[in-house]
Design a protein around this ligand. Sequence first.
Ligand code: HEM
Length: 81
Amino acid sequence: GWLGGPPLFHQERGHPRLRMRHAPFAVSIVERDEWMLCMRQAINEQVDDAALNAKLQRMFSEMADHMINTDGSRAGVAAPL
Ligand code: HEM
């Protein structure tokens, strides 16, 4: 559903509440970048189609930005916003 298909997850399980689920963990720019490094590598290993690869990189990158829950300046030590 998140990538444009039918909203099946939403219908069966409701809003995923990803930011809330990540609230116990401090996520700054550093964690986002490390997470995206792994995700980018996984997508590049698995997705040969250039258009789909680019779309997945963009969508995950935007969601990883959205997961930042500190002031973003330092890893794991900043106070939550
Ligand atoms: C597209 C972005 C992301 C998605 C879709 C995603 C998805 C998820 C999901 C589904 C869970 C399990 C939540 C639960 O059990 O309630 C989770 C846990 C977690 N995520 Fe993410 N996440 C994303 C980005 C990030 C980023 C940027 C970080 C920063 C390092 C992060 C760190 C964690 C940690 C530490 C956990 C807990 C793992 C554990 O319980 O052992 N996530 N994530």
